[in-house]
Design a protein around this ligand. Sequence first.
Ligand code: FES
Ligand SMILES: [Fe+2]
Length: 394
Amino acid sequence: MLTHEENERLTRVGPGTPMGQLLRRYWQPICPLAELTPQKPMKRVRMLGEDLIVLRMPDGTYGLMQERCQHRGASLYYGFLEDDGLRCAYHGWKYALDGRCIEQPFEPAGSTFRERVCQPAYSVEQLAGLLFAYMGPPERKPLVPRWDVLARRDGTRAIYIHAVLEANWLQPMENAVDTVHTYFLHGHMMKMKGIAAGQYYLRPILNYEFEPFEWGIIKRRTYGGENPETEAGHPLLFPNALRVPTGPFHAVHWRMPIDDEHTQIFEVEFSGTPDGSDADQREEDIRVEYLPSGMTEDGEYDMLTFPSQDKMAYETAGAIYDRTVEHLGASDRGIALYRKMLREQLAIVEAGGDPMALVWDPSQNEIIRFATSRGQAAWTQAEGYFERQAASTP
Ligand code: FES
Ligand SMILES: [Fe+2]
């Protein structure tokens, strides 16, 4: 249970809020590369409570700036994209990608007014078919982390865009360290619906544990029953992503806060080539799939898929779940650990420091493979598990 003030501190993401400042220290996914084309080079996006436009310049570079023009507030989405910047459609002020105002057509010749005007703009990078934004202090900008799923060459990637969640970002993220929810919400639900896909989760959970590590929290689970096994790890990547080892696939899910009450899940899935050879997939060839809403015509959750089941759990708790009335049990210890980590990192940022899980050194960022504090063994073991799964999948 949290106080109202603690709940506000952990959930609100707008500019100037403590959590907004922490989340802005990490690269966040904006949209798939494929959504911007020479024919349609701009898209409106809302991230961390800010209305922005992402744009693709004629030379193929990308930018992200606030949607409202600094002059009189018109939307720059309707502006003219020129070789060196974006010209507002209202009075023609032009902005470079870094936000500098480079033209004010109706100001007196020789005026220096434009030098005192700056359109808020953010850095954009591309990786694994996605565009990422960094919205934190420019002088503290880290590298885009090249996690294995995003950077391995020996396989192909696909992008899945989930239906927008009408729920605060912390609801899906707390679910990322809620190991036991899979038994009823997925396993039992699928069984009741006559769907085979949830059998994996319908085994007795003998034990589960959570371990902080340099990238966030590793969770492990041991199943009993007729098909016992210990999962080697399923890390929460601090602050708002999840590394999912699913059958022969590996995936990363980000829970990008659109604003306080909406969240966009982006998912990149990687599947290795059978012989481990390089697939050399080009970023622009990565398939993008938009998942269905998971809702029936009557506006109810269909509960037929994992995303629909999870969406029900996130959204029905309220747009911003009121944690003053929750009752955390012993099985919720992963949630308690994650909140502790968030509080510690909030305090570090408030004291002027750099939070955890940032990458600064390019030599450490070729492919990040998640060695845990127990060493690489856990993931080597995991690879063996995935291979067995792959072999038994028809
Ligand atoms: S509102 Fe953009 S130039 Fe006037
Ligand atoms: Fe789930």
